[in-house]
Design a protein around this ligand. Structure first.
Ligand SMILES: *Cc1c(COP(=O)(O)O)cnc(C)c1O
Length: 430
């Protein structure tokens, strides 16, 4: 199996000639991933922010099975169904009050494409089609489709590969003011001068609120986000918040925008929405944007084949109910305290540049890029699943993880730092 996989199947961001090793999984349950060779790994990744309740959860399984007995799917053009309506009601209830209109799509990247389309169509319908560019900040990640890629960090998003086809948007520097700290004048001025100079051309500002994920796992000042929102309102630029990674409690608030008490014009959700079971995303917007697009007979020009999929929307409602019935805030606060307690001291290690913790996210940034294959092997040998990238070793476990298992993850990161010291960095083990 591994051999066929290696020869024929692409994994995320890998070479077909020299792929990083992939481990074969037999099953997953709770916070344990079981490999086909019988080894069990404590999951530190929640499968890229998604599996917030752990794997193979009986309540989520039952929601899918129950819906499966009625229908796995029907088209959303001209038809609707209870699972999609029930989920839209929940999303409208848990997001800021002004967000009243929901577009379902099949993945986060598509939700971002839809958000960008909403912004562009809004200004087009308003007769202001020169407002067609986007402003974002460096260090962001918004997905891998072309529209989303164009607002990812130009370096980590490999813009040079696609320069001839990517739209040219505007990038403010990454805010260096950290979460929990006030906004520096340098950060404020850099953003303000860009938006003031260009607002006539700007359809929207798009960013990840508070936590930048795959672009560098960086946590920035809530004051910065508040300042961005104020400038958008003042200069008539729409604000798109991409909460695909941060939504559903990961940062300690249901939505990361709540840290700054900011309400966007357009909001993207995804990842944890179905509790890590099946792919689903949503883009929400205000009555102003929705009616603006539709004024004069306009329609929102998007309609995925699997839009509003009944299995996905049914399990998403079950996942949200499960989260809300649980003391998720207590759990995430407990994880934050433990991650801080056990990871922050690693800042003294010679291989470490920085350590930061927010909500159920713990990040150890190393001085040099890590040899991913070697570290991966070390982690698996130690019985944990942690997948580093670039210079980042990070944890974002399911919220249901026990404190013993968290300790196991943090101890293994500590031991990995010593391994790091021994492995030379060569191009092929990056
Ligand atoms: C993962 C992610 C996306 C893309 O979602 P996919 O489901 O992988 O297409 C977009 N934005 C953010 C902030 C993400 O973390």
């Amino acid at each position: 199996m591994i051999d066929f996989d290696r020869k024929h199947i692409w994994h995320p961001y890998t070479s077909m000639l020299d792929p990083l090793p992939a481990y074969a999984v037999e099953s997953a349950s709770g916070v344990r991933i079981r490999l086909t060779d019988g080894r069990e790994l404590v999951d530190g990744m929640a499968s890229w922010w998604c599996a917030i309740h752990g794997y193979n959860h009986p309540v989520l399984n039952a929601a899918i099975q129950d819906q499966l007995g009625r229908m796995a799917h029907v088209m959303f053009g001209g038809l609707t169904h209870a699972p999609a309506v029930a989920l839209a009601e929940r999303l409208i209830a848990l997001t800021p009050r002004d967000l009243q209109h929901v577009f379902f799509s099949d993945s986060g990247s598509v939700a971002v494409e839809v958000a960008i389309k909403m912004a562009l169509q809004y200004w087009f319908a308003a007769g202001r089609d020169t407002k067609s560019r986007l402003l974002t900040i460096r260090g962001g990640y918004h997905g891998d489709t072309f529209g989303a890629m164009a607002v990812c960090d130009p370096v980590t998003g490999m813009h040079e590969l696609f320069r001839s086809v990517l739209p040219q948007h505007l990038f403010a520097p990454r805010p260096e003011s950290r979460f929990g700290e006030p906004l520096s004048g340098v950060d404020a001025d850099a953003f303000e001068s860009l938006i003031r100079a260009n607002h006539h051309e700007l359809a929207a500002v798009i960013l990840e609120p508070i936590v930048q994920g795959a672009g560098g796992m960086w946590f920035y000042s809530a004051d910065y986000l508040r300042r961005v929102a104020d400038l958008c309102a003042e200069l008539d630029v729409l604000l798109i918040l991409d909460e695909i990674a941060t939504g559903f409690g990961r940062t300690g608030k249901m939505l990361a925008g709540e840290h700054a008490d900011v309400s966007p014009d357009i909001l993207c959700l995804g990842k944890a929405m179905t509790g890590g079971t099946v792919s689903l995303a949503a883009t929400l917007t205000t009555a102003r944007v929705a009616t603006g697009i539709s004024a004069g007979g306009g329609v929102l020009m998007h309609g995925p084949t699997f839009m509003g999929n009944p299995l996905a929307t049914a399990v998403a409602s079950a996942s949200i109910d499960l989260l809300q019935a649980d003391d998720w805030q207590g759990r995430v606060a407990g994880l934050e305290a433990q991650l801080a307690d056990q990871l922050l001291p690693l800042a003294a290690h010679p291989a470490v540049l920085d350590v930061r913790v927010l909500g159920a996210i713990g990040v150890v940034q190393t001085r040099r890029p890590v040899p991913v294959a070697e570290l991966q092997r070390h982690f698996v040998e130690q019985g944990v699943w942690i997948r580093p990238f670039n210079d980042l070793i990070y944890l974002m476990p399911p919220y249901t993880i026990s404190s013993e298992d968290v300790s196991r993850l943090t101890r293994t990161i500590e031991s990995a730092l010593d391994v790091l010291e021994e492995v030379p960095v060569s191009p092929e083990n990056r």
